[in-house]
Write a protein that binds this ligand. Structure first.
Ligand SMILES: Nc1nc2c(ncn2[C@@H]2O[C@H](COP(=O)(O)OP(=O)(O)OP(=O)(O)O)[C@@H](O)[C@H]2O)c(=O)[nH]1
Ligand SMILES: [Mg+2]
Length: 227
């Protein structure tokens, strides 16, 4: 597994730089089907998770833009793969991909199955996929569909693709609950990387920004971090 280190107190200057870079995010394209995605080129980092997990809110928080990714109270809102370009001075150095959430009961079975296929193909075969951020509600932790997704990407993770679990909406837990949620997530990801995150309180923002920056830069891999 490729781990990217989280300094105890994320180096402030590096985090500022990473957040400044993320702030350059602009809408690139939306794709209902994989063949509508741009030809693989720059590194792409995918945000995946259950419907309502907080993917769009996390992208907005990380890019410090209020409505770049559409965040909604209506689960299942994101139905396409939305790509955002990153890079200063108009350069396109990397993309963030906001993927449709899974697990929303009200979605018709046929749509669910179609999306599962689209997502599985994207995650397993997209050449330019450089990293995956799996978001899950800190109150619920990783659930069955999240575990299935982890299994799906396991071969790529074993080959070194960086992978991060963001435990979202951490503001809804007290500090004891937060610590427990983090511990469980780390066990479930077999010692993988996990962070407490709150778009609302900007918790975990520096660490997540640094992670994204390093993955986009080619994963400047540092060490296996026993966290
Ligand atoms: N308290 C709290 N609520 C949050 C946070 N992040 C997201 N939410 C709320 O959770 C709901 C879902 O957020 P989204 O960002 O739209 O979730 P999503 O994963 O993009 O959902 P889909 O696109 O439907 O898959 C919204 O009502 C958000 O306001 C957070 O950090 N704290
Ligand atoms: Mg969304």
């Amino acid at each position: 597994m490729t781990n990217i280190s989280f300094p105890e107190n994320a180096d402030a200057a590096a985090a500022r730089e990473a957040l400044g870079w993320l702030h350059t995010a602009r809408f690139l394209t939306t794709a209902a089907q994989l063949q509508h995605l741009p030809a693989p080129g720059v590194p792409e980092i995918a945000f995946v998770g259950r419907s309502n997990a907080g993917k769009s809110s996390a992208i907005n928080a990380l890019t410090q833009q209020t409505r770049l990714a559409f965040a909604s109270k209506t689960p299942g809102r994101t139905q396409h793969i939305n790509l955002f370009a990153l890079g200063r001075g108009g350069a396109h150095e990397a993309s963030l991909a906001d993927l449709p959430g899974y697990g929303w009961a009200a979605v018709p079975q046929a749509d669910k199955e179609r999306w599962q296929r689209v997502m599985a193909t994207y995650l397993c075969e997209r050449e330019s996929l450089a990293g995956v951020v799996l978001l899950c509600d800190a109150r619920h932790g990783l659930r069955e569909l999240d575990e299935a997704l982890l299994e799906l990407i396991a071969p790529r993770v074993e080959q070194g693709m960086p992978f991060l679990v963001l435990l979202t909406k951490a503001d809804k837990l007290n500090s004891t609950q937060q610590a427990k949620a983090l511990q469980i997530a780390r066990l479930q990801t077999a010692g993988g990387q996990a962070l407490l995150f709150s778009a609302l309180r900007r918790k975990g923002l520096n660490e997540a920004a640094l992670w994204l920056r390093r993955v986009a830069a080619g994963g400047a891999v540092v060490e296996d971090t026993p966290q």
